[in-house]
Design a binder for this molecule. Sequence first.
Ligand SMILES: Cc1cc2nc3c(=O)[nH]c(=O)nc-3n(C[C@H](O)[C@H](O)[C@H](O)COP(=O)(O)OP(=O)(O)OC[C@H]3O[C@@H](n4cnc5c(N)ncnc54)[C@H](O)[C@@H]3O)c2cc1C
Length: 279
Amino acid sequence: MDFLHTPENQIIVGVAVALVAVGVAAFYLYSSKKHPKGLLNPENFREFKLVKRDQLSHNVAKFKFALPTPTSVLGLPIGQHISCRGKDSQGEEVIKPYTPTTLDSDVGYFELVIKMYPQGRMSHHFRELRVGDYLAVRGPKGRFKYQPGEVRAYGMLAGGSGITPMFQVARAILENPKDRTNVHLIYANVTYEDILLKEELDGLATNYPNRFMIYYVLNQPPEVWDGGVGFVSKEMIETHCPAPAQDVKILRCGPPPMNKAMAAHLDALGYAPEMQFQF
Ligand SMILES: Cc1cc2nc3c(=O)[nH]c(=O)nc-3n(C[C@H](O)[C@H](O)[C@H](O)COP(=O)(O)OP(=O)(O)OC[C@H]3O[C@@H](n4cnc5c(N)ncnc54)[C@H](O)[C@@H]3O)c2cc1C
């Protein structure tokens, strides 16, 4: 290696090696940003640390879980959910589905908004969960596949905590500048205080006034109320959702009796089975 005997040549080789190393590092950084690797496994549970808990009302809290690094993404396809494992008040294992309200564009963490029912089995687990505790999660799960621009418009019929998959899909559509799909949401609750993610939903309606329309329905409305009253009716769907068409899809997610009633309304209004989807 006579070439390396002069100091000038040693410097040239040193600089060349350093440039190659920087190039390789930049390539890996670029590829990992362009194709971030998800952390979920559909078969095995993985534990995530609770780093923040915000009580939003007497029975609703937002839970923020840290991902392993500040640039990690959960890797959950739009419209899919995760299974969370916990223990009920009797110490029995319980596994239930939940939809994060965050997207993979929110790096380093994911959030769940959870409504806790007094007798609910998994509700007990979330009620007891404290900052520093770990939650076991596996996924992705779900049949819903979202393709940008697949339909002209979505109608969404949500009840109570059934808003979380709708919120996730709506955010993904509206925040994608290449996606022109319109979203028409009807969101039903018992009282005004029960409405989840209200600030976030109203924010979407303000930021995307021609693409995101929301109609709130309450069983027990306050004295001053300009939304719907009672249960979601056929007439409300007719007025606030896109009419049946091949490039329209109506999504529903609510308590079982609501889902059943909504399916009957949609059938009666002429939405073919392929125009309907239940989370
Ligand atoms: C795809 C999908 C995504 C979901 N995402 C979320 C989410 O992001 N956040 C969230 O809070 N929940 C979500 N849920 C609901 C969640 O999976 C549980 O059903 C809910 O947390 C109640 O579970 P539990 O074990 O505490 O109650 P359970 O032990 O199953 O129920 C006990 C009692 O609680 C009451 N109860 C339970 N569920 C309801 C309900 N829906 N409406 C009215 N009363 C009820 C009833 O009185 C019931 O008898 C989602 C469900 C699905 C299918």
